[in-house]
Design a protein around this ligand. Structure first.
Ligand SMILES: Cc1ncc(COP(=O)(O)O)c(C=O)c1O
Length: 388
């Protein structure tokens, strides 16, 4: 048997480009000091790399001010900063049934204990939210609309521009969870009417785990829900108001930023559109192959034009979770089964009853031969319960 075929890029991308490993290792060996907090050269140089990475990501999102690019640990961390920083007692928030638990749970927590109310807008049968349905939920006290850019379960890309236009008109801050899209498809905060974009470093930006963050458009005020060291103006007793320090607390994950720096540079050199073209070519091959197999049900994969390379399916006769070990042990394929931290969309698809579904998610290093092997593996497993 050959090397493992990795089809779990929606959880985290693997492997990373060689440049990411090399730059992280080299930079941390040569500059593993506290960036910017001390006056010596190495500290200033480390800060310069952090600042360069803010600039790269700001360019990638077409933001205007790199200082409004703040680093946190991951998308979950940044989403919590946004949700807790914008919502208080008496407020209302609109979100969707496509969301990941990193949006659903902080909001649910606030609804239980913080006097917040929520509307979850459903998607249609093809997996897309209607911007008019979002608008219909607006109330006088709506303080946030938060929507995933692409579903991590079915891969559909949501109509962000249209939702953003409605939020802008109503004066409601619009936050986009770009965990599945940053580095995978273009994001333009200006053209797409986005106020806050949240990213994670370890998926399509090809960096390591433990680094993520958000870009906040000018004019949006996120309240501070933490306080601590920023390394500047230490005599001031309150946490700093200005960006990026406003939303950064304590020593930054320097090796994480270094890896992210190399990952983003790799993505920009290759081109987001080119990476997407390659991944979607493989997704179409996968879809066409799986649809030929008796017993396979696929979800929301008819129109691949507004899609990221995430593919959801089930095999008749199997609970999704039972197939994970079969893919792993018998076929050396890594994938993700179950509910994928997004329970409401599984309720919508009717897959909760069978404990979820099987997700194959494609990355830039997958090949046609990986896809052929994956299709053959599914055919083999399906034939156990679905003889022809
Ligand atoms: C759509 C979506 N949002 C948020 C997250 C959370 O990302 P992280 O685990 O990096 O915080 C994920 C991770 O799978 C995701 O797919």
């Amino acid at each position: 048997m050959g090397a493992m075929i990795y089809l779990d890029n929606g959880a985290t991308s693997f492997p990373k480009p060689e440049e990411v490993y090399t730059f992280m290792d080299g930079f941390y060996r040569s500059h593993g000091v506290n960036p910017g907090r001390s006056g010596f050269d190495l500290s200033r140089e480390a800060e310069a790399m952090v600042d360069e990475t803010r600039g790269l990501l700001t360019t990638l999102f077409n933001g205007k001010d790199r200082n409004r690019l703040c680093f946190g640990y991951n998308a979950t961390d940044a989403l919590n900063l946004v949700i807790h920083g914008l919502l208080g007692p008496g407020d209302h928030v609109v979100t969707t049934t496509l969301e990941h638990n990193s949006v659903l749970r902080p909001i649910h927590q606030l609804c239980l204990t913080g006097g917040v109310e929520v509307d979850h807008v459903r998607c249609d049968a093809k997996g897309y939210v209607d911007p008019d349905d979002i608008q219909r939920c607006f109330r006088k006290n709506t303080r946030l609309v938060i929507v995933t850019h692409a579903s991590n379960v079915i891969g559909t890309v949501q109509p962000i521009w249209e939702i953003g236009a409605r939020c802008r008109e109503a004066g409601i801050p619009f936050a986009v969870d770009a965990a599945q899209t940053a580095g995978a498809i273009p994001i333009d905060v200006e053209a797409m009417n986005i106020d806050i974009v949240v990213f994670t470093g370890h998926k399509s930006l090809l960096g390591p785990t433990g680094i993520g963050g958000l870009y906040v458009r000018e004019g949006i005020r996120i309240g501070q829900t933490r306080a601590g060291g920023t390394g500047v103006r230490s005599a001031v007793r309150t946490h700093l108001e200005e960006y990026p320090y406003r939303l950064e607390y304590g020593t930054i994950n320097l090796s994480g930023v270094a890896g992210l720096n190399a990952g983003v540079r790799w993505v920009m050199d290759r081109g987001v559109a080119e990476i997407h073209r390659h991944e979607m070519h493989l997704l179409a091959l996968l879809r066409d192959g799986l649809r030929e197999i008796r017993g396979v049900t696929t979800y929301c994969q008819d129109d691949l034009t507004r899609h990221v390379p995430v593919f959801l399916f089930n095999i008749a006769g199997f609970e999704a979770e039972a197939t994970g070990p079969l893919f792993d042990v018998d076929h050396d394929i890594a994938c993700r089964t179950g509910l994928h931290c997004a329970p409401l969309i599984h309720d919508h698809l009717g897959t909760t009853a069978v404990h979820g579904a099987i997700r194959f998610s494609i990355g830039p290093f997958n090949t046609e031969s990986d896809i052929r092997a994956a299709v053959a593996a599914v055919a083999d497993i399906a034939s156990m319960k679905n003889p022809s």
